[in-house]
Design a protein around this ligand. Sequence first.
Ligand code: FES
Ligand code: FES
Length: 159
Amino acid sequence: MKHRVGFTINGEAVEVEVEPRETLLDVIREKLNLKGTKEACDQGECGACTVLMNGKPVYSCLMLGVEAEGSDILTVEGLARGEKLHPLQEAFREHGAVQCGYCTPGMLLSAKALLDENPRPTEAEVRLAIAGNICRCTGYVKIVEAIQAVAERGSGTGR
Ligand code: FES
Ligand code: FES
């Protein structure tokens, strides 16, 4: 039996019919057609599917769509403001922190959650914050540099 679930995503209130076993990742990608959230391992090991739920990073492949009821979700599509990229997106571009880009949406959201809570993190805190996001392309150095650059400029908080 399907359930009607209401929540906010990228600032917009939505209602969707979901199967009891349908993952939040499938709801986001297939029902809401927001393909920026990536599917890779589908078992909580890579972080490609990371979104923010009420400001905290979650693996959307490990959550059910019904668990989204009443929550506030942010996906990578909600970071930019029209044509204007979020400072983290700009910094990833400037620092060459994107290669294939598959990990990037999840990485950006984990970084955003960190900077919202701790605007001046140490390098160790940055590395810890993205520890659940696997990048198969880089040595993480450029990603960490990009996040630290935003922290140093003090421009990473808020939407
Ligand atoms: S796809 Fe969700 S953690 Fe890998
Ligand atoms: S840029 Fe390719 S997985 Fe991270």
